[in-house]
Design a binder for this molecule. Sequence first.
Ligand SMILES: Cc1cc2nc3c(=O)[nH]c(=O)nc-3n(C[C@H](O)[C@H](O)[C@H](O)COP(=O)(O)OP(=O)(O)OC[C@H]3O[C@@H](n4cnc5c(N)ncnc54)[C@H](O)[C@@H]3O)c2cc1C
Length: 412
Amino acid sequence: MKRLLILGAGTAGTMAANKLRPILKQTEWDITIVDQATEHHYQPGYLFIPFGTYTAADVVKKTESFLPSGVDFITSGIDRVDPDAQVVHLSNGEIQAYDYLIIATGTHPRPDQTPGLDGPEYGQSIHDFYTLEGATRLHEALAGFTGGRIAVNIVEMPIKCPVAPLEFTFLADAYFEKRGIRDKVDMVYVTPLPAAFTKPVAAKSLGGMLDERDIELESDFMLERVDAENHRLVSYDEREIPYDLLVTVPLNMGADYVALSGLGDELNHVPVDKHTFLSKKYDTIFALGDAAALPTSKAGSVAHFAVDVFTDNFVEYINGRPMERSFDGHANCFIESGHGKAMLIDFNYDTQPLSGEYPIPVIGPFGLLKESRRNHWGKLVFKWTYWHMLLPGRRLPVPTAMSMAGKHREDS
Ligand SMILES: Cc1cc2nc3c(=O)[nH]c(=O)nc-3n(C[C@H](O)[C@H](O)[C@H](O)COP(=O)(O)OP(=O)(O)OC[C@H]3O[C@@H](n4cnc5c(N)ncnc54)[C@H](O)[C@@H]3O)c2cc1C
């Protein structure tokens, strides 16, 4: 019997289990998946919790209900992978052997990595929306906020869903306007990037949206420490940003066991071939989703397209044939812009987000880099799609590889 071990039953691990179980014969392959949690979180839904649109009930479901029969689920933390012996030491004391290992334990906010951030002010004047607890506490903080200065800060890239802090900022602007106190709130968006976003066309458009909303942009801000007592962000080049309420996106890091096993980079993400997800060090290990160090966004959409490519390749690989499919870095994300509207971006390793229509030229129905109500509804409907189509591994009617159809080439 061959053994496939999947570490992490989040977006990527669950999809991989659902896609591979029907393909790998049960008489030949054991599939086991390990996760420290028994609940699966729809993380894109965290964005809406601070504004009262969603509650925890919208974003949390039992992990087991999304795993196919014929896959063993172990609830445990992971202590260490021994890649030479091809075994994983679990925190519950078990040792799991594998023929092939998929690392899919994601990336997670680590406020403890920035001096001054993770102190007594965390949950008081400092909040996040990258965890369920953080988003829930931020809901109360926003409801009680009657005026002052809000700073939204990305500590360092890469973070999962790099557009989420912008979305939060646009939604907060609309939220305060709706409450009739926008004129009493100063907002500043503080980023280590040289502009509002990484790629030029999207950066121009998103930067313009901050301007229109009278939101200050503080770019190239490399955070050295948070002076939590005096409510200030301090950068390495000695700039100081005062705030009354800080919404932080802390440093994102892969799981600690990745570092302990000698499998990670400096942020505990696993270096892999960017087209096949095979570890650069071990030919029995793949990394999928946010756990992988890939030069594209860390996003659920990337995990989805990546798992499609990986599944076909894996079947070839275990049969000793070359992996013919090549992942192109395809990512797409709706960007909430407030007042019931959103934008959409679609890009890959080689093509930056461009304007146009998606997925069908002229028809859409979604507009690229254009605010519309349809895009907003697309984002809300995506929650249903996630639970009912994506996680169970069903095919969506969108191409896995990025297509130029419908895109306007304003970068050429
Ligand atoms: C606020 C926010 C908004 C977002 N919005 C979007 C969006 O609009 N569109 C989009 O595409 N993506 C979005 N994302 C990103 C998306 O949620 C992630 O990219 C996606 O969940 C990655 O899937 P994954 O399987 O790699 O990791 P995860 O889904 O995070 O799963 C990792 C799993 O590993 C488990 N695990 C971790 N460490 C250990 C350990 N040591 N031992 C045992 N188990 C462990 C965890 O419990 C978890 O179940 C958003 C994320 C956030 C936080």
